[in-house]
Design a binder for this molecule. Structure first.
Ligand code: MUC
Ligand code: MN
Length: 370
């Protein structure tokens, strides 16, 4: 039985400013949820966004408030035997708030996994992978710094696929920046870009023609999230792949986009989909429609990242790789043993629950005091 639900906003500085088209991040703010049962076992979860309200409709403050005010009173006293039934109830009682629901669902699955002595991936049907590839995002905004950073990652065998954040400068300047990085890294390194909705369709056509010429493999969310028609037209017009990110949150969005003739890939994110169950439902719709899968992040720390990894590990194929590098962007970690990044990817824990444990001292150090 659930006896206590605690939430914390945890602010951890990033290793360098992370520049997206809509904001520059120097700190990552994560909402950590801890659910305790009557035997004293604890499950942990994370709800994280980017840049307060700059990226999406939920902020760290809204995630915490809505868990404290709405979800926690409902969950207190309930059994954890069936996390899916509890989530169905939350979805019926409370609209939206996917990031807050993802945090709570993660904590319920962590707790249930510990009760049963199995990893979260087993609760989802079982892992097909023990190690998944993981790319790195170049977002310093400076061409030379990005090239240096990428070469270091390749030499350390940490990452060999890179995503470059663009969209805050002119199309020509952005293309020149990306083409210079691609030329410096060479043919064996796969490069993609994320425009985060910054282009009009005609800017996208100009940019994509030039990026295709420069040998770039994917363009993520070139145009506005709700402009499905432009995504479909661009995906059909160019050989360079189109990745939908902000356009699609859940399985219904994926169905809608695929039904309009989209033939690219989709960035799955547990936060967008309201949790692991929703993200896997979205994956099933994409796979049935021939749309490729990509394991996406909202730059979560270790807890949110490992939760997503458990979900992605159950997918037979993740055609467009993953970007589960969030913990590496943070200067410090609030878990006792960080995830193991090596050989251009990351290991998925096989111990009960999520397989990571909170470091109470670090939690105290970084938790927001007011
Ligand atoms: O993809 C996004 O839009 C959000 C996020 C994922 C990686 C990153 O650097 O930013
Ligand atoms: Mn994106």
């Amino acid at each position: 039985m659930i006896t206590q639900i605690q939430t914390y906003i945890v602010d951890i500085p990033t290793i360098r400013p992370h520049k997206l088209s809509m904001t520059s991040m120097a700190v990552q703010s994560m909402v950590i949820v801890r659910i305790t049962d009557s035997e004293g076992r604890q499950g942990i979860g994370e709800g994280t966004t980017i840049g307060g309200l700059a990226y999406g409709p939920e902020s760290p403050e809204s995630i915490k408030t809505n868990i404290d005010s709405y979800f926690a009173p409902y969950l207190k006293g309930k059994s954890v035997d069936n996390p899916r039934a509890l989530m169905n109830q939350l979805n019926t009682l409370f609209r939206g708030n996917g990031l807050a629901k993802s945090a709570v669902q993660t904590a319920l699955l962590d707790l249930r996994g510990q009760q049963l002595g199995v990893p979260v991936s087993s609760l989802l049907g079982g892992a097909c992978h023990a190690h998944l590839p993981c790319l790195w995002v170049l977002a310093s905004g400076n061409t030379d710094k990005d090239i240096y950073e990428a070469k270091k990652m390749i030499a350390e065998r940490r990452h060999n696929i890179f995503k470059i954040k663009i969209g805050s400068r002119s199309v020509r300047d952005d293309v020149a920046h990306v083409a210079a990085i691609k030329a410096a890294l060479g043919d064996s390194v796969s490069i993609r870009v994320d425009v985060n909705q910054a282009w009009t369709e005609s800017q996208a056509a100009l940019g994509m023609a030039a990026l295709q010429e420069a040998g770039i493999d994917w363009v993520e969310q070139p145009t506005l999230a709700k402009d499905y028609a432009s995504l479909v037209r661009l995906a059909n017009k160019f050989n360079i792949g189109v990745m939908a990110d902000e356009s699609v949150a859940d399985s219904a969005d994926c169905f809608d986009l695929a039904a309009r003739g989209f033939n690219g890939s989709v960035a799955l994110k547990i936060g967008k989909a309201g949790g692991l169950f929703g993200a896997l439902d979205a994956a099933a719709v994409c796979s049935a429609a021939g749309v490729g899968l990509y394991g996406g992040t909202l730059l979560e720390g270790t807890i949110g990242t490992v939760a997503a990894l458990h979900a992605w590990s159950t997918l037979p194929a993740i055609e467009a790789s993953t970007e589960m590098f969030g913990p590496l962007l943070q200067r410090d970690d609030i878990v006792k043993t960080p995830l193991n990044y090596h050989e251009f990817g990351v290991d998925i824990p096989a111990t009960p629950g999520l397989g990571v444990e909170l470091d109470e001292d670090k939690l105290r150090e970084y938790a927001r005091k007011n």
